[in-house]
Design a binder for this molecule. Structure first.
Ligand code: BG6
Length: 659
């Protein structure tokens, strides 16, 4: 995960402003303490807790790993690392100095029983010295292959079996690589640990914006009555990443997008968004509802898997900074003919009273055009009868509630408003709550809240055995069916694009579209909009709809009556005359299709995709609104049209169709 997606109090040393108080005394033992997770996430999170006075007053951390380090070496290594990985703007050397004195290191091999005895002896001494009340948290920041054996080795006096205090076990993902291995891992863990001692971390549940789904749904009276099949048309979940596999090819090539993102993080968000109201926020009350929800997800048949799922793998392309991105098969530690999906999309249904018949679309992929986790709840459309006579009737859109999970953090509601003036014209507008504007907060790693909750013994944010297995029960038939199907024609999307075309077909077949969340900064990359007024760009962002074309596909045909203009986000198109001769090509940042809208004439040329193309579409009614309300944009478009199509100088305002 990327640090910086959740909020913690900003000011160094500032006393906590909420009612949270320091967690109770304990020792945290980290298995695999010399690894990446410890320095990148755990240490910065613990340091943040220390700065916010939420760390237990009596606290110690014991790192255990194979590296032959002394406690002093471990402390100085961590002191170097925290400077690199802290999420705070100002480094509080005093808090760190006090914190680093609580770090200890015990070298040991995870498979060596003697290492566990040494650990038990060390913990006994440390507990007496630090007055930690016998409480111990064991954190498995290790490869998953050793989860089961460490959990078993820990089941001895002085470790799990304690004379006083509690013992808890924190397990990092992945929880199995398929249903059978997840069941086996759960069996291995449960053979030695009780359910209430197990804390399985899914870092998505540490994100403020994900936790806020519950506050939003259950602390506000107006949404719950609408939260069902009567009012909701469908729901979309998107987790887009710009990064590739980042040196994790060895793991990822055996995982793929469905296992890595959808089966865990996205199903957790799905459960939060769609579950029934729990009777309290106690761990089991929430986890029971999540489990019921996942159990109600319809298991796909092989035929449905073929129809309602999409797999993709990126080929070479571009990174957001414009540099070349290698294709997935060229990444280190990835098989040259790998059939692993780096993108997946699914359509699911929840077969319960609340959601029956409401499609749930999920998609996630690596090396896409932008980083963004978003949830869209699209409501049913208002009947159009009242607006038949207005120009906006054709584009009367459904209301949408958008949860911006990351990197933007907020909630947005999109609806129609009447534009000022004597006539009844409609425009899409939005109401938006932005975390940054409302809360005075700094950035954290997301692990603060998870570690804190483990320390206070609140398991609400952690997965239970049945939840893990229910999530695998949904994913397994898809994995099985994919494995049995002939290999896909990979790569099927270029790095830096919107993903495979089939993902868009998945919704278009149902008469729906993905909501591609664009912001002003993306639009400013388009030369036409570079100097544009921010209000115009904000409005435009809501009007644009995404569409993807494969090479060779005809986008507009000469002679047809056009209803839309297009902006090229990625890819290249060719402009053809009647004889299908190429007149010119257009690329990123260009636009086309505007002439027949400006002049109300049939299309004067055919436009065909030369490469995979990601386009934004602007409907006629929206264009007319934009022309009318933003003279600067109208002027720029006309100037361009006059020179591009050699129109007489005077062509312009007078030719514009009446709105
Ligand atoms: C991890 C996956 O669980 O989540 C990674 O293994 C992925 O592949 C990461 O990049 C995404 O986390 P975040 O917090 O950046 O959305």
């Amino acid at each position: 995960m990327t640090p910086g997606d959740t909020f913690i109090r900003r000011t160094v040393g500032e006393p906590p402003r909420d009612t949270a108080s320091p967690a109770g005394s304990c020792i945290l033992v980290v298995f695999g303490a010399s690894g990446d997770l410890t320095k990148r996430l755990l240490l910065p999170a613990l340091y943040n807790l220390a700065c916010d006075a939420l760390l237990p007053r009596q606290f110690a951390l014991v790192g255990l790993a194979q590296d032959d380090l002394s406690t002093d070496q471990f402390r100085s290594r961590m002191t170097e690392e925290i400077r690199k990985f802290t999420t705070r703007q100002m480094f509080d050397a005093q808090v760190w100095q006090e914190f680093v004195g609580r770090l200890h290191y015990v070298p040991g091999n995870f498979a060596d029983p003697a290492a566990y005895q040494r650990l038990a002896d060390f913990l006994a001494r440390l507990d007496a010295e630090c007055q930690t009340g016998g409480n111990v948290l064991f954190y498995l920041a290790t490869p998953p292959a050793v989860f089961g054996s460490i959990a078993a080795h820990l089941d001895r006096p002085g470790l799990r079996r304690r004379e006083s205090g509690w013992a808890r076990l924190i397990v990092e993902k992945p929880f199995g690589s398929d249903l059978a291995s997840a069941v086996e891992l759960n069996r291995a863990l449960r053979a030695h640990w009780d359910e209430d001692q197990l804390y399985r971390i899914d870092h998505y549940l540490g994100k403020e914006t994900v936790q806020n789904l519950l506050a939003f749904r259950f602390a506000n009276g107006i949404f719950e009555p609408l939260w069902n099949k009567t009012h909701v048309d469908h729901i979309q979940f998107t987790v887009a990443e710009t990064v590739g596999v980042e040196g994790r090819g060895r793991y990822y090539d055996r995982a793929g997008a469905l296992r890595d993102m959808i089966q865990n993080h996205m199903f957790q968000m799905l459960a939060y968004l769609c579950m029934e109201p729990p009777t309290s926020f106690r761990a089991d009350a929430v986890r029971n509802e999540k489990a019921k929800l996942l159990e109600a997800v319809r298991i796909l048949t092989p035929e449905e898997v073929r129809r309602d799922t999409v797999r993709g793998q990126y080929g070479s392309g571009k990174k957001p900074d414009g540099t070349v991105a290698a294709g997935y098969r060229q990444e280190p530690d990835v098989a040259p003919q790998s059939a692993t999906e780096t993108f997946a999309a699914l359509k699911l249904f929840i077969d319960n009273w609340r959601w029956e018949g409401v499609p749930i679309y999920l998609r996630s992929g690596k090396r896409l055009w932008k980083r963004g986790t978003e949830i869209v709840v699209q409501f049913k459309k208002a009947p159009e009868v009242l607006f038949r006579a207005t120009p906006a009737a054709g584009s009367l859109d459904a209301n949408k509630l958008l949860f911006h999970i990351q990197p933007d953090q907020g909630i947005e509601f999109r609806f129609h408003a009447k534009t000022p003036g004597p006539a009844l014209y409609l425009q899409k507008v939005d109401m938006r709550f932005d975390y940054r504007e409302t809360f005075e907060a700094g950035r954290g790693t997301g692990y603060e809240v998870l570690l804190y909750h483990c320390m206070i013994g609140d398991a609400t944010l952690f997965s239970r055995t049945d939840l893990v297995e229910s999530a695998w029960r949904i994913a397994q038939p898809i994995l099985d069916c994919w494995a049995a199907l002939p290999p896909e024609d990979f790569p099927n999307y270029p790095a830096g694009s919107w993903g495979p075309r089939a993902t868009f077909d998945l919704l278009e077949r149902d008469g729906r579209r993905w909501v591609e969340v664009v912001n002003r900064h993306v639009l400013e990359e388009v030369p036409l909009f570079r100097q544009a007024d921010p209000v115009f760009l904000h409005n435009l962002a809501m009007m644009l709809k995404p569409v993807v074309y494969s090479p060779g596909a005809v986008i507009i045909r000469q002679g047809e009556i056009g209803g839309q203009m297009y902006f090229i986000c990625r890819g290249q198109v060719e402009v053809l005359n009647e004889a299908e001769e190429q007149l010119r090509t257009l690329g990123e940042g260009d636009f086309f299709g505007e002439l027949s809208l400006l002049l109300s004439r049939p299309r004067t040329a055919t436009i065909r995709a030369v490469s995979p193309c990601d386009l934004f579409v602007l409907d006629r009614a929206d264009l007319q609104r934009a022309l009318q309300d933003h003279p600067q944009f109208s002027g720029a478009l006309w100037t361009n049209a006059r020179s591009r199509y050699q129109l007489p100088e005077e062509t312009g305002e007078e030719d514009r169709p009446a709105p």
